[in-house]
Design a binder for this molecule. Structure first.
Ligand code: SAM
Length: 187
């Protein structure tokens, strides 16, 4: 949340939370004055304040551009990364900002995975089960093709779930946080 709020334009700005999950982030942003459209492709996520929609091909109901798009842990899940990013680029105002809070699973080592899952040999099993997840490198490359990347940081990630600060160093590059600006002119 801190990374996202630190990089948003000031409220009230129009924000799209793309792949919003339970919509908690959208609620928190609304509470501090943002105008947020929150979408998720999973019908189980439907509730007031969350629209069921695919990022790929999404059209804003009011046909107004967004000042910022937030993708929190959603991009690695999308089926068609190119289609999703083309959509997001088209939804942003010129100079609008894409804020991505992600994780780069290709950076994970066996030891950290075993610690996270509490069992030896976890990483190959996890990779096999999540073959469709996009890598951090693939996401950065796909974003860089359409946007100008303004900042990119490799940060710890798993400790948030294990609430174990001692993990931070061991997995210090698993998280990936980047900010990218929509180009002023089509490239
Ligand atoms: C790991 S959850 C993250 C949820 C939330 N953003 C968060 O940070 O907790 C990924 C979400 O992305 C959604 N998602 C995946 N592909 C999507 C797509 N093409 N369009 C919209 N949402 C998508 C999933 O349904 C899921 O709710």
């Amino acid at each position: 949340m801190d990374f996202i709020t630190a990089n948003l334009p000031p409220a009230p700005a129009r924000v799209l939370d793309a792949g919003c999950g339970d919509g908690r982030l959208a609620d928190r942003l609304r509470a501090v004055g943002y105008t947020v459209t929150a979408i998720d492709v999973d019908p189980a996520r439907a509730r007031p304040g969350v629209l069921v929609a695919d990022i790929c091909g999404f059209r804003d109901p009011e046909d107004e551009p967004y000042d910022a798009v937030v993708c929190s842990l959603s991009l690695h899940h999308v089926e068609d990364l190119s289609c999703a990013l083309d959509s997001l680029a088209g939804l942003l105002a010129r100079g609008g900002r894409l804020i991505v809070d992600e994780f780069a699973h290709e950076q994970a080592g066996g030891a950290i995975a075993d610690r996270y899952f509490g069992a030896a040999g976890s990483l190959p099993l996890w990779r096999d089960k999540h073959r469709s997840f996009h890598t951090g490198d693939a996401m950065v490359e796909a974003v860089a093709r359409r946007f100008s990347i303004a900042s990119l940081a490799r940060v710890p990630y798993l400790y948030r779930y294990l609430e174990d600060a001692s993990l931070r160093e061991a997995e210090s590059v698993l998280g990936l946080q980047f900010v990218a600006d929509r180009r002023q002119e089509p490239s």
